[in-house]
Write a protein that binds this ligand. Sequence first.
Ligand code: IMP
Ligand code: MG
Length: 198
Amino acid sequence: MPFAPARAWSRLLSASEIATATAALGARIAADYPSGELTLLGLLRGGLFFLADLARAIPAPLRIETLQPQSYFGALVSSGQVTLAPGSPRDLDLAGRDVILVDDIFDSGRTLRRVSDFCAAARARSVAAACLVVKDAPRAAEVEVRYRVADIPDRFVVGCGLDWDGLGRNLPDLWALDPSAPQDAARKQLLALLAHPA
Ligand code: IMP
Ligand code: MG
């Protein structure tokens, strides 16, 4: 039987569920750092929208910085190597700062491990992590993700900043790929979702 085209992607989280949970996280973070002066270190590009939403949900004085780690290089699975975009770390002064790393997803753990180590080397006073979602996947590295919107199953997801080969980031909801869907059908359906968000 041919693969049913409408089924490659299913909605895991709606934009309104994400907004509600992000607002609650923002209040929690403000309460956890009563002295204020927090630095959100957003990881681009996936963390872009969560960074913008979370920052506006935290009623406290904030600095916003960004880094651009890379590990997927367009594929559906991580390459296993995390690189930081050359040049960007040099402009960052994290010494003595309370830093919260803000990323789209916690998967193998390699990205947050690499960036946490970078913050420690930059003499940050404290480092915590906030992720839109935490995937129930095997970890290559452990990092405590103190703040999260949701835990999700081990599926490839797009939307809310997450991409497949650069596309899908601007979908307001989070969509999970059926692992049995052929890639060409999945790609066509992603393009259809982008043109006509359901
Ligand atoms: P980790 O280093 O394996 O934890 O992966 C973190 C990075 O891989 C994330 O910041 C994403 O950019 C990317 N990633 C992991 N899982 C997915 C996914 O399901 N869809 C899209 N990108 C993903
Ligand atoms: Mg990322």
